[in-house]
Design a protein around this ligand. Structure first.
Ligand SMILES: Cc1cc2nc3c(=O)[nH]c(=O)nc-3n(C[C@H](O)[C@H](O)[C@H](O)COP(=O)(O)OP(=O)(O)OC[C@H]3O[C@@H](n4cnc5c(N)ncnc54)[C@H](O)[C@@H]3O)c2cc1C
Length: 369
């Protein structure tokens, strides 16, 4: 497919479906399936997607559809691309003119970024005498990123730092996951970094400023929608190839998977609209509350739907789906692992509270008003 950098062309669903296929092919051709997916990122670079992801105001739907398409191609690539997009967006919002211009030049050179908020147990990242000490856990993509945004708790609030990773010490012994191995979510020790490798980003508290912090969950939920669509694709392809798709029991499984994926996509559209509306309102209520409610509803719906799609696909395909090179052999553990995101119980509780308080839209569930 031509390396089309035109944003309108990239919004076309057929273009996005081809992109998913290209990512899946790039990952399948990789000599080490658990290593950083360099070929897939070379492809995203050639399309201009790492340099200029659609994060500008009003691009919510383009961004979420793109994230879903990347996740449909490969979930580890989706996880890493989502982190990159998050970092680019945080720099757009909170970076000084100098930081924005420096990072802009690095992105043009192909730089990839991440956001690492999760602290290693027992040795959290902290500031000691103006230098970083301690570790981050789940530092996705460390083997392929040039810089990352890390967060440090300070008395005035959680402070972001943009950190160059060339001298960071990586502990790869901890990461032995069921799925998502290629996300390379290792432990990184920042204690030896020179002060010039560290730049403060924004003010204390900016990272967790609402509605953007809770609302940002719509990005990973969009990647999960792509993941469940990939699981459904693989199951339907298997049933069609084996002549089993017409069987009435299998037809019901296909129907239920289709309904779950379609619901995810409807919520994705609603989430994009809520994000754009909150941006247009500069984060003020009622659009801020609507975004938080929609994000909490979207991620809860997607977690539930994706688990049901996984069960349907496992039952529909049977043991064949657990044996490489069947595509499900990798998709099932990847999606099951990546679905584990922070505070799922709290997200559903917050959605329920918003529903009771009427913050999800005109007295409804928050969708299809
Ligand atoms: C593949 C992958 C890549 C990742 N990459 C990154 C990254 O690049 N950067 C980053 O910052 N993070 C990353 N993460 C970490 C992620 O954002 C979450 O922090 C992590 O997945 C939390 O998962 P957990 O299930 O261990 O959480 P937990 O919070 O332990 O949740 C487990 C269960 O306990 C419940 N629970 C939570 N708190 C309480 C409580 N106080 N009392 C009772 N129950 C509770 C939850 O609702 C849930 O049911 C990644 C995670 C994965 C899986």
């Amino acid at each position: 497919m031509p390396h089309d950098r035109d944003e309108n062309a990239q919004a076309d669903p057929r273009w996005l479906a081809r992109l998913s296929g290209e990512i899946a092919a790039a990952v399948a051709a990789s000599p080490d399936r658990d290593a950083f997916p360099a070929e897939a990122f070379a492809l995203l670079r050639r399309h201009g997607l790492s340099e200029r992801p659609p994060v500008a105001s009003g691009s919510g739907l383009s961004l979420l559809r793109l994230l879903a398409a990347v996740g449909r191609g490969d979930l580890a690539v989706g996880r890493l691309f989502e982190g990159h997009v998050n970092a680019v967006d945080l720099i757009r919002r909170f970076g000084s003119a100098r930081v924005r211009s420096e990072v802009g030049a690095q992105l043009a050179d192909g730089a990839l970024l991440g956001v690492w908020n999760t602290d290693a147990r027992g040795d959290p990242l902290r500031l000691e005498g103006g230098r970083l000490a301690g570790k981050k856990n789940f530092a996705s993509g460390v083997d392929g990123l040039s810089s990352a945004i890390v967060t440090v708790p300070e008395p005035a609030g959680r402070q972001m730092f943009l950190v160059r990773l060339a001298d960071a010490a990586v502990d790869r012994s901890w990461w032995r996951p069921l799925g998502m191995a290629a996300s390379g979510s290792h432990i990184v020790d920042f204690s030896g970094l020179p002060p010039e490798a560290i730049t403060p980003l924004g003010e204390p508290g900016d990272y967790i400023a609402e509605p953007w912090f809770s609302g940002g969950a719509i990005r990973f939920a969009a990647v999960h929608v792509g993941g469940m669509e990939a699981v459904m694709d693989a199951a339907v392809e298997h049933l069609t190839k084996t002549g089993r798709a017409e069987d009435p029991h299998q037809a019901h499984r296909i129907g239920r998977m289709g309904l779950a994926v379609a619901s995810g996509n409807l919520w994705l559209r609603e989430a994009a609209e809520a994000w754009d509306a909150a941006e247009a309102a500069a984060g003020a209520d009622p659009e801020a509350s609507r975004l938080r409610a929609t994000a909490n509803g979207f991620r809860s719906l997607v977690e539930h739907s994706a688990m049901s799609v996984l069960e349907e696909a496992e039952r529909a395909v049977g043991a064949a789906g657990f044996n490489a090179p069947h595509r499900l052999e990798r998709l099932i553990p990847d999606l099951r692992t990546y679905l584990r995101q922070p505070n799922p119980d709290g997200a559903l509780t917050a959605y329920a509270k918003a529903l009771v308080a009427g913050e999800t839209g005109a007295g409804g569930s928050g969708i299809g008003r």
